[in-house]
Design a protein around this ligand. Structure first.
Ligand SMILES: Cc1ncc(COP(=O)(O)O)c(C=O)c1O
Length: 499
């Protein structure tokens, strides 16, 4: 029998054979190893294991968070520290801090006058103790909520060991994460970096390098789609087929062309001998939460095959369980990319991105062809290792679909009363309410009305309200969100009609 299948039994046996363990057993690696060794020696004879003592101990070490119920232990410790859920008292002044930021930060963002301070599950609090339900998840990042005990534990363990080495040296967390990512995807190889834009930048560079090694110089064009968003570096902002992100940064890098999203015929015309790669989001996020039409990704795959073109899927926002499957392209059968990028939820708040690649494409990069100082850092990859195991769990995906349906239905119900949306769309917990034409440009106002009522939501352009909460959001949290959002949107509509 596989050890993995024995996990629940091993959990029970720890209690039966070893009794209550010291609360912080998981903080000391030597004590943990000794504990698992003792367990091995006391296992019932009938329990057949395919590994010897060393293999058993290593397996237990890799799965210690589950075996030692670390989740409960850490949660208990956190609560007894009084850090959560009690409001933190601070002498900081909201207005003074915000004013300092406004004076000193390069003004690329314009946050509201509110200083967020701490979080728990799907809730966050500001320094004045005001509570907000987080339906934006830090822009589709905090997929396991705030202060998840298992993530905290992974962070603490690694923080007490080693923070950084650079890629001149191997560390185990990055290797383990690469093993997991390749075991549970199409990919043979992984390149770690620190953000979504960097993952896409790496994908674009790898595609070009691959083409330079295998095709004539005319075949270097990258095709992307209207409504897309791929990042803010010069190459990724050029791939982002939206003038508002590009204006003022000219001259932009050459070799990028744009095709209307979900337009089968134009895609057929535009993918040809000159195309090096097609870059596409299976569900466009920033561009308005637009799902690829049924058959569109398959169509792109087929055209790519026809012309020897690489298919790059940007799953930075829609991947990692967000739509109710591990990867969003899995909603369509028969679509396997050559390259795929992830970031956002992979670190659940720590900065990490990854490019996943097939052996054939990855081998176009040789030593020295691309690089990063921080990518694959042991702290981010330790946390991402735990995050990825949780995010690929089918039970979580079922929960995502259930909660997604609840939000979808609630938005539709509210719309029967208020008539503000012309469409409610999206998949899983990546959802949007598209404002009807008369309310065009008002999404920001609605987002602010929601914030003032204690709910953080996002917009995706000026006409779309976007909901990308933690995937773990509970029924109670969701209901709190509805109870606050309903009256807030009703009041906004009344004021709008009166105006
Ligand atoms: C689909 C997609 N690609 C790329 C990016 C860029 O990621 P980052 O902001 O981490 O660079 C984003 C960010 O919103 C995104 O949604």
């Amino acid at each position: 029998m596989l050890l993995e299948e024995q996990l629940p039994r091993l959990q029970r046996l720890i209690k039966e054979k070893l009794g209550p363990l010291p609360k912080d057993v998981f903080r000391n690696e030597t004590v943990m190893r000794t504990t698992f060794r003792q367990l091995y020696r006391r296992l019932p004879r009938v329990m057949s294991l395919a590994v010897g003592e060393e293999g058993f101990v290593e397996f237990c070490m890799r799965n210690h968070t589950r075996l030692l119920n670390v989740k409960d232990a850490v949660a208990e410790q956190w609560q007894s520290n009084g850090k959560n859920p009690e409001p933190l008292r601070t002498t900081a002044d909201t207005e003074a801090l915000a004013e300092s930021a406004r004076k000193r930060w390069v003004p690329t963002y314009a946050p509201k006058t509110m200083i967020l301070d701490r979080g728990q599950g799907a809730r966050v609090w500001d320094i004045e103790g005001n509570e907000y339900l987080d339906l934006g998840g830090g822009i589709a990042v905090s997929s396991l909520g705030h202060q998840d005990p298992e993530l905290l534990e992974a962070l603490h363990l690694q923080a007490g060991k080693l923070w950084h080495t650079s890629n001149l040296y191997y560390t185990e967390p990055a290797i383990r994460l690469a093993e997991e990512l390749t075991a549970h995807s199409f990919a043979d190889r992984v390149f770690f970096c620190n953000s979504g834009a960097e993952a896409n930048e790496a994908a674009i560079k790898l595609a070009r390098k691959y083409s330079s090694k295998n095709h004539p110089p005319e075949k270097r064009e990258i095709l992307s789609f209207t409504g897309s968003f791929h990042g803010r570096t010069l190459a990724t902002v050029t791939a982002t087929a939206e003038p508002k992100y590009q204006e003022g940064y000219e001259p932009l890098p050459g070799g990028f062309r744009y095709c209307p999203f979900n337009d089968f015929d134009t895609a057929t015309e535009m993918i040809g001998p000159q195309t090096c790669a097609v870059l596409v989001e299976p569900v466009q996020g920033e561009g308005g939460v637009t799902t690829a039409a049924p058959g569109f990704l398959k169509h792109l795959r087929a055209r790519c095959n026809e012309h020897g073109v690489l298919l790059i899927l940007d799953e930075i926002q829609c991947g990692l369980g967000r739509t109710g499957k591990l990867f969003a392209h899995q909603w369509e059968e028969g679509v396997t990319p050559d390259l795929l990028t992830i970031a956002k939820a992979l670190g659940c708040g720590l900065p990490i991105g990854a490019l996943l690649a097939t052996e054939a494409t990855a081998s176009a990069f040789q030593t020295g062809d691309h690089g990063t100082t921080f990518g694959g850092n042991p702290i981010t990859t330790s946390v991402a290792g735990v995050a990825f195991r949780r995010l690929r769990n089918p039970e979580l995906h079922a929960h995502v679909l259930r909660q997604g349906e609840a939000i979808h239905n609630w938005l539709k119900g509210l719309n029967l009363e208020l008539g503000i949306f012309r469409e409610v769309r999206g998949r899983g917990l990546m959802l949007a309410g598209v404002l009807r034409e008369e309310l065009a440009g008002k999404a920001g106002e609605l987002m602010e009305a929601a914030r003032q009522a204690g709910v953080l939501i996002l917009i995706a352009g000026p006409d779309v309200l976007r909901f990308v909460p933690p995937l773990t959001i509970s029924d109670e949290e969701l209901q709190t969100g509805f109870d606050r959002l309903g009256p807030a949107l009703r009041a906004w509509c009344q004021a709008e009609t009166a105006a």
